[in-house]
Unconditional design. Structure first.
Length: 378
């Protein structure tokens, strides 16, 4: 069996990559180790509608339920502020349905998709799967965070996300909870998928995700859990090389999720799109420089933003609960209004900088930060 390209991983990055390769009349096989495309759904499911359009996706009705209207952010002491997110046009989407929609796009363009087929190793002429060998010219690793775990565990955090029915989940209202003791280096979240239903998540370094989630839910009343997902998340930014010989790495496997939130629908999807285009050009030219264009273009688009997000992450990791509480006290209506007016959900570092008071309004943060602050403000 021969294909020009074999892609391991049937999620957003791998499927968009397959779509682009097949669109250019190349043969491509997508192998997915699970029983179903779109399962398990680790993602919170937030992405801007402009980001989806740039990825070439107009969501089906089953994929897209509603836009997020507000985000309420809580300090460890329970105080909070809200941001109006209407201008950012952030959609809550079903990743199960989005992945299936992308699989449909890829198949319509000529890609072949096989589930319950797992990648085992690269061979001289292609790859070996649990279903035998497949010859190919290019192998694409789109297997997600599992590809990174053996490379660098310091970039991995434990997480849990439950799907829940509860009357305290309100359509259009996201909630985020910071607490360095409960969720070290990360946070907890509530993302609605409709009125009375949504995704409840927690993540942190060194935590027991199941126990931490149960403690979070112990503060809530009247809910039913309909699904539990436990999965590692990556918060250390892009890996050094996206292309290694004839192997191309995309999506979470390439560290293309945001270091601040671990969200990656847009940035990972763009990784798949740019890789698919570069691979298509390479298959025509047989010039390795065409493959290298993939990483170059991704870095041009996301490199500076991800560098700043990594600096923000480094700063936040150094804040204790007392300092976070003080920072929240300094957030003025003017700051939240200014952030609400910002339209770009996918490039959000400037909003975080405003919330941290780094433009001169907070001495508390400034005393904690040395060279990182100067880099962020430059």
């Amino acid at each position: 069996m021969y294909f020009d390209v074999v892609i391991a991983g049937g999620s957003i990055a791998g499927l968009i990559c397959a779509r682009e390769i097949a669109r250019n009349k190349n043969s491509v096989l997508v192998i997915e180790e699970d029983y179903e495309i779109g399962t398990p759904e680790h993602c919170g499911g937030l992405v801007s509608t402009t980001g989806l359009e740039e990825l070439g996706v107009i969501p089906f009705r089953k994929t897209f339920d509603h836009l997020i209207e507000t985000a309420e952010i809580f300090a460890p002491n329970g105080k909070s502020f809200s941001i109006n997110s209407k201008k950012q046009k952030v959609a809550e989407i079903s990743r199960r349905e989005l992945d299936k929609q992308l699989a449909f796009q890829a198949q319509k363009n000529g890609a072949v998709i096989k589930v319950r087929t797992s990648f085992q190793e690269i061979t001289k002429d292609g790859i070996r799967t649990n279903d035998g060998e497949v010859k190919c010219k290019i192998f694409v690793d789109a297997r997600g965070v599992s590809s990174l775990i053996q490379k660098d565990r310091t970039g991995i955090l434990s997480s849990a996300q439950y799907e829940i029915f509860a009357d305290w989940i309100k359509k259009g209202e996201v909630k985020v909870f910071f607490d360095q003791k409960k969720y070290p280096e990360f946070f907890a979240w509530i993302i609605p998928s409709g009125e009375g239903k949504g995704k409840i998540g927690i993540a942190g370094r060194g935590i027991n995700a199941s126990e931490t989630m149960e403690k979070f839910l112990s503060t809530k009343n009247n809910y039913s859990i309909i699904r539990k997902i436990f999965a590692p998340i990556w918060i250390k930014g892009p890996i050094e090389k996206f292309v290694e010989g004839k192997a191309v790495i995309v999506g979470d496997a390439a560290g293309q999720a945001k270091p601040t939130t671990a969200g990656g629908i847009y940035s990972s999807g763009m990784g798949g799109l740019l890789a698919g285009q570069a691979i298509s050009n390479f298959l025509k030219s047989d010039n390795p420089k065409d493959l290298e264009e993939y990483q170059k273009k991704w870095i041009e688009k996301f490199g500076k933003e991800f560098e700043k997000q990594l600096l923000v992450r480094k700063l936040l990791e150094r804040l204790d609960n007392s300092t976070i509480n003080k920072l929240f006290e300094s957030v003025t209506p003017e700051i939240t209004k200014e952030i609400s007016e910002k339209e770009d959900f996918d490039f959000h570092t400037s909003s975080i900088v405003k919330l941290l008071g780094m433009r001169g309004s907070i001495r508390t943060a400034q005393t904690l930060i040395s060279g990182e602050l100067k880099k962020l403000l430059s």
